[in-house]
Structure formats: C-alpha cells, structure tokens
Design a protein around this ligand. Structure first.
Ligand SMILES: [Zn+2]
Length: 469
C-alpha cells in the first residue's frame, strides 16, 4: 500500500512538474506580412523558381511550417478591414472600426493589448516594422488612438509602456503635422529610451539593453525602409532588426516579438508585382532569423506567420497562363523609376519617347524581344500616352507620393509595371484591400492551437493562452 502511494506520488509529482515546465511558451514571434494574401506568397514562390516552360514553384520557409490554416479579418464596421482594425484585433482580441487604433468602435474603451499583458507578466516585448513604428500595424500593439492618422500622438504615446525594443523605421511626423510640436524623439529619450539611428549605434546594441528604439539609418525621409528591390548593399534589413531584437531581448522568462513586413501592402496598393515579391522575400528572411532561434529552443518557441488582410485583389493567371520568369526583368521599384523619370524631366524636358523606351527596357525588360518581352502596338500606345501626359502635358507625377494616396495620373512607371505584370500573368483587381481570409503558418510549441481556421480576434487569445498571460 505504502509502495503504491509512493509510486502514485512520484507519478503525480512528475506529471505536475512536467505540465508546469511545459505549460507556457516562452518565446513568441508574430510575423505580420501587411497585405500578404495567399497569392502574394504563391506568386513569390513561382518567381523564385521561374524558368521558361517549367511548372514548378520553390517553397518559401514560411510555407514549410507544419501548420497551415487561415484567418478571417473583417473589422467591426466592414468586411474589408484596414491594417489598424486588423492589428487591433490581433493584439487585443477585440474588433474595432476601420481607422481606429487599440480602442473600441465608439472610441470610449482603450483595449488592453498583448504587449501590456506580456510586460505585466515580466516578459520582454519587441515591436518591429519596415515602415514607421507609429504606423497602423505596429501602433496597434501599443497605442490607443481614435485615428491611425494621429501619427504624432501615437509617437508621443509610444514610450509609455516600457516596451523593450522598437526596431525599423522612425517616426512619421516627430514634430507634429505642422512641425511645431515638442519632438517625439526627445520625449522618448526623456522617458528613458535610447535611440540608435546609425550603423555604429545599431552595432553597439547588446544583450540586456533596455528601452531601445533602433531606427534604420538608410531609409526614405518619411521614415520607411527603401524597397527591398532597390536596397543598397549596406542597408539594414528587417532580418537584421529581428536578429538584433533577439540579441537585445533574450532572457530566461521569455519575450513576445511582433515583426511587420509593412511594405508588402504598399507595393500591392501600387500594383507593383515585382516590388511586392521582393518585400515578401525580405519578410521571409526575417522569418528565417526566428526559425534559426526556434531550432535552438524548439520546446519553448512559437512562430506564427500571418497577414492583417490581402491587398490589391491579386490574380494569378491570364488565359490559363503564367510566365513568372518574365518578372525577373524588372530591376527597380515603380517608385524609384518614377523618381528617375521626374529627375529626367527636370534635367531635360525635351527627352524623346524613344529614349524613354530605352530606359524602360533597362529597368523592366519591356521591348526586349529576345526574352519574350516585345511590345505590341497597344502596349506602345499605352506607354506613349503616359509619356505625353508626363512629359508634354506637364502633369505632375510625384515620385514620393505615398502609396496609400490615390494618384490620378498613371505614370510611365506604373504603366510599364502594368504591362509587365500582364505579360507574366498576374493582374490586380484593385488598389485597395480585399475581404479574403489570410494565410496562417505556424511552427513550434502550441502549433496545434492554430490548425483550424479562426478569426483574427482569436489569434491574440490563443497566444495569450499559450504564453499564460
Ligand atoms: Zn494597406
């Protein structure tokens, strides 16, 4: 009898001990590819392997994860969500209206988000993005504001939660809309944050550093990364910021890290397929950094890769055909080619259509019959029309225009991308978000929780449950 009790006690002790050590996941990575639907991922995979006549796609790391499901993402007031409403649902477990950050639809209640809960439980939190860290998605993981456009208010709120590591772009408007407000960077420093915005300062960041805002030294003046397709060799990537985040925050209790690939969405708003592909690849590189960490600690780590919504209603296939190998001839983003055109016009307004065609061939391959990219009469007419509008009618094409704004003039650059996309077999239904559910790819401790389709409000609840916060 005594022996039996001893055995039962040992078994009980062991199972309790086991469940205690296995109870919570310590390290959680939530990767959000803004605007990244299934077709964005699959187009990238077709592009990776693309060879003429070969029907084969190369799997991205995120697609090799054992759990693959999907997530609905409607907001409180529309089937078609915006990033802030979707990110609020993913961070807090509650729906809100499009446009609102971290608050209820009536703007009365500030939702408690996962970052606050994780901090309360004594773990560390990192928030990363390839766009500004006060942009809709990252902001929804710390801020509570009536509008996503209140960038200044969001950046002033950012240091209030002792979040350990911010990484990526800077602030959108650190001195307010009119540039006459107290500086948001100074405010962050006053609240104990260290700003690292040079390569040297970034490299110096080390294990145990707290309250860090690491900003990419090589980015657009508006605070987002350069496009991955245009990136300079030495520029820091989302993967670099993820790696640094792990180095800075690694600790025995654990951490939660949200990493946003913010410009996938922007490229899709601009219907720039190849630029989108390069953004997905850069995002996948950041996922790889987390995956390397996971391999060291598979029983304590969970990686979730998903999106807030799909952007652009991307279609794959025209007349039962895809020629993804043609996409390899685009060498620059639509935005950078626009800039080239604007500079050219300033330098030489009389530039001929033929010279423009030469430049289009260099950057988009169009006109090169040897690679299957000859232009037919229709396509030449489209380009000529864009050329006349841009060079002859004095229509302004702003190279720095935010992709979220509507550009009424279809520039030469946008027209070239449109033609190349079509030849490759991809087309776009809109320049906006769509209502389609988004993919979810998961690996690690607790992965089974995500194996069946769910709503974006459940994502936060599932992570909280697994982390025990
Ligand atoms: Zn968007």
């Amino acid at each position: 009898m005594f022996k039996n009790i001893v055995i039962i006690s040992i078994v009980l002790f062991c199972s309790i001990g086991y469940s205690q050590t296995k109870q919570n996941v310590k390290y959680v990575f939530l990767f959000i590819g803004d605007g990244m639907g299934l077709n964005q991922i699959y187009t990238t995979e077709m592009y990776l392997n693309a060879k003429t006549g070969e029907i084969k796609a190369e799997k991205l790391l995120m697609n090799s994860f054992p759990v693959s499901s999907n997530m609905t993402n409607y907001s409180a007031n529309s089937f078609v969500t915006t990033s802030c409403a979707a990110a609020t649902a993913m961070s807090s477990g509650f729906k809100t209206n499009n446009g609102i950050i971290g608050k209820s639809p009536d703007q009365e209640i500030a939702y408690e988000n996962i970052s606050e809960k994780v901090k309360k439980a004594g773990l560390k939190v990192g928030i990363l993005s390839s766009v500004t860290i006060d942009h809709a998605t990252p902001a929804s993981f710390y801020a509570h504001q009536n509008s996503r456009n209140m960038y200044y208010e969001i950046s002033m709120e950012l240091p209030n939660y002792n979040i350990d590591y911010f990484g990526g772009g800077g602030f959108h408007s650190p001195k307010g809309k009119n540039g006459d407000q107290p500086d948001a960077y100074v405010n962050a420093v006053k609240k104990g944050y260290t700003i690292a915005n040079s390569h040297e300062e970034f490299n110096k960041l080390k294990h145990g550093d707290e309250k860090i805002i690491a900003i990419n030294p090589d980015m657009y003046p508006s605070g987002e990364f350069y496009w991955a397709i245009d990136k300079k060799e030495e520029a820091l990537t989302l993967a670099d910021f993820t790696k640094k985040g792990i180095e800075v925050m690694d600790n025995d209790k654990g951490f939660f890290m949200m990493v946003e690939g913010g410009k996938i969405d922007w490229a899709c708003h601009g219907n720039d397929g190849v630029t989108m592909i390069h953004e997905v690849l850069a995002f996948n590189d950041a996922v790889r950094v987390a995956y390397e960490f996971y391999k060291e600690r598979p029983d304590e780590t969970l990686i979730i890769v998903t999106a807030d919504h799909e952007t652009g209603s991307l279609y794959t296939g025209i007349n039962y055909e895809m020629n993804p190998e043609l996409l390899k001839y685009q060498k620059t983003s639509v935005q950078e080619f626009k800039r080239k055109m604007t500079e050219l016009k300033d330098a030489n307004p009389e530039v001929s259509f033929d010279s423009i065609l030469d430049l289009i061939q260099v950057d988009f391959g169009l006109g090169n019959s040897e690679v299957g990219l000859s232009l037919d009469g229709n396509e030449l007419d489209m380009l000529k029309l864009a050329y006349s509008k841009q060079f002859k009618e004095n229509n302004k094409v702003n190279a720095d225009a935010n992709y979220l704004s509507i550009n009424t003039v279809k520039s030469i650059s946008e027209t070239a991308a449109y033609i190349l996309n079509k030849k490759a077999g991809i087309s776009w239904g809109s320049g906006d978000h769509s209502a389609t559910p988004v993919p979810v790819k998961v690996i690690g401790y607790g992965q089974g929780e995500f194996s069946e389709g769910f709503d974006n409000t459940d994502l936060s609840k599932k992570i909280q449950k697994l982390m025990g916060v």
